[in-house]
Design a protein around this ligand. Structure first.
Ligand SMILES: [Zn+2]
Length: 278
């Protein structure tokens, strides 16, 4: 077929070219996911952070997003699950020191490698980061040096980071970077489960703090009933109770405001569930 002026592409030609286009598209997506910030779409530049879902971001983009959640149009879709800098981990990355091949597009060059295997972090091999210390490895490299057997059951296994010696639990602290759809679903469930535990702790603290603040007015109140018991009229007792309740309520409201004032001292670095559960 060719150059005879009468060639008509058949189905095979069309399907093949479509597949090729898809492959190019996929390669571009892979390059974008591993070399560019998922939020700002700018080239990854340290400090690089990752979230509970293993996406890669430039830290400055995340800070910008936390200061103004509308800074990026689709920010909420991409990283709406990030509430504060506590929800991301700064990654400890190993720069790719191999010289770039001449004539290649600098944006094509892989930025980071695994410190154990020197495999390039370009989406061809799975990479993970440790939630405890932020060190990044090729999954295969980390598995090869694990101190506990991967198949151990029952007791949660404790491993040591081969880069910085921080202890970690493989099953929960090892987060795949740019995970597959299935893995991302698992990470989402893990994140949801961990967040269910988080706010309970904080609201208990808040309640305890509120109790401390209100304990004084409550003590004052206990002195009052002698007056109400002296009164024979039930109605006046009730009225007194009501007045007391109101007075007490305003105290409670005051403490609420004062605790909010305390809350305002926190920066965007620590802002998160406090405001949400206030
Ligand atoms: Zn480490």
């Amino acid at each position: 077929m060719g150059n005879d002026g009468g060639s008509i592409p058949d189905r095979r030609d069309l399907v093949r070219s479509k597949k090729k286009a898809e492959a190019v598209d996929k390669a571009n997506q892979t390059r974008a996911r591993w070399g560019f910030c998922a939020l700002s779409k700018r080239r990854l530049q340290e400090p690089v952070v990752s979230c509970a879902l293993g996406k890669l971001y430039n830290k400055d983009a995340i800070i910008e997003f936390l200061l103004n959640r509308d800074a990026y149009g689709d920010g909420e879709n991409i990283c709406g699950h990030i509430r504060s800098l506590k929800d991301v981990k700064t990654l400890v990355l190993t720069p790719n020191s191999a010289p770039a091949a001449s004539g290649t597009d600098p944006t094509e060059r892989t930025l980071f490698v695994c410190p154990l295997t020197y495999k390039e972090m370009n989406g061809l091999t799975p990479f993970v980061y440790l939630r405890t210390c932020g060190c990044v490895f090729a999954a295969a490299g980390l598995n090869a040096v694990r101190s506990s057997p991967p198949e151990s059951q029952g007791e949660p296994e404790k491993d040591t980071c081969p880069n910085c010696a921080t202890k970690f639990t493989h099953s929960i602290d090892c987060i795949p970077l740019n995970p597959s759809a299935d893995e991302e679903e698992r990470l989402r469930e893990l994140m949801a489960a961990q967040r269910l535990v988080e706010p309970v702790k904080k609201s208990k603290k808040r309640k305890a703090a509120a109790a401390d603040i209100t304990s004084e007015p409550v003590a004052k109140k206990s002195a009052v009933p002698t007056i109400s018991t002296a009164s024979n009229s039930l109605r006046s007792t009730l009225a007194l109770e009501e007045a007391k309740r109101k007075a007490n309520m305003s105290d409670a409201v005051k403490t609420l405001y004062s605790s909010q004032e305390l809350g305002r001292k926190e920066t965007f670095m620590t802002r998160g569930t406090f405001t949400r559960y206030a």
